[in-house]
Design a protein. Structure first.
Length: 245
């Protein structure tokens, strides 16, 4: 997975922030230019705020961020940039920005997928809270998950496209599992994704060439190999215990 390091405009060069005329050649999509590096969230928020201020405020900066997301073709990079913006934009602009992207045809699947991921993360955090707080947060999470059939299909397609891009067929193998039920569920999800109308038509074409039956056979073989290895490990441990006696 790509991690994110802000490096857009003045963000790329904090020492230039005091200049009257910020550099113009840097673009917001440079936020994803350094995969594998971590960036402190507090610093990211501060530098995003400086960059937005240099552009004359949020209303002037927002189109640049939207265009940056459109130019980011890799699903993993776009997901990383969108996560950064949704979580670290100052003054509470992140959630509002994410909601507006649902009305951008090309970016809608990414925005829906991110909103669902955030809702799932919020739901996972509820287990450590009291009942009142949990109910309130759960209601907020359900609001983000209130998707129609078309939005569900777009989210499924985005999920598979991201999974294939970052993990290849091995990631898809995990979804197929080791049973006919898992394979059937994956085949249904794939059919829904292919009929979703996702804007990444080339990605859908690659997904359409997935041989679910072949993946299922590979998954079954892997399951047998793992089971055999577990049995050998167990029998080896039993023999060692007998020798010690």
């Amino acid at each position: 997975m790509w991690s994110v390091r802000p490096a857009a405009g003045a963000i790329a060069h904090p020492q230039r922030l005091g200049r009257r005329r910020p550099p113009r050649r840097r673009r917001p999509d440079a936020l994803c230019r350094a995969p594998g590096r971590k960036y402190d969230p507090a610093s990211a928020r501060a530098e995003l705020a400086e960059w937005i201020a240099a552009r004359g405020g949020w209303n002037s900066a927002r189109p640049a961020f939207t265009e940056a997301l459109r130019r980011t073709r890799l699903h993993s990079r776009r997901h990383a940039l969108l996560r950064l913006l949704a979580e670290e934009l100052p003054d509470g602009h992140g959630p509002e920005f994410l909601r507006t992207l649902r009305y951008e045809e090309e970016l809608r699947p990414s925005a829906l997928f991110m909103a669902q991921a955030q809702a799932q993360a919020a739901a996972a955090a509820l287990s450590a809270q009291g009942s009142a707080e949990r109910d309130a947060a759960d209601a907020a999470a359900r609001a983000d998950e209130d998707l129609d059939d078309h939005e569900i299909a777009l989210t499924a397609a985005e999920s598979l496209l991201l999974m294939r891009e970052t993990g290849g067929e091995e990631a898809l193998l995990e979804q197929v599992g080791h049973s006919s039920g898992d394979a059937a569920a994956f085949a249904t999800m794939l059919d829904v994704a292919l009929a979703s109308g996702h804007p990444d038509q080339a990605g859908l074409e690659r997904l359409s060439r997935i041989d679910v039956a072949a993946l299922r056979r590979r998954a079954a073989r892997l399951g047998r190999l793992r089971a055999d290895a577990a049995r050998r490990h167990k029998s080896g441990g039993t023999r060692k215990r007998k020798k010690r006696r």
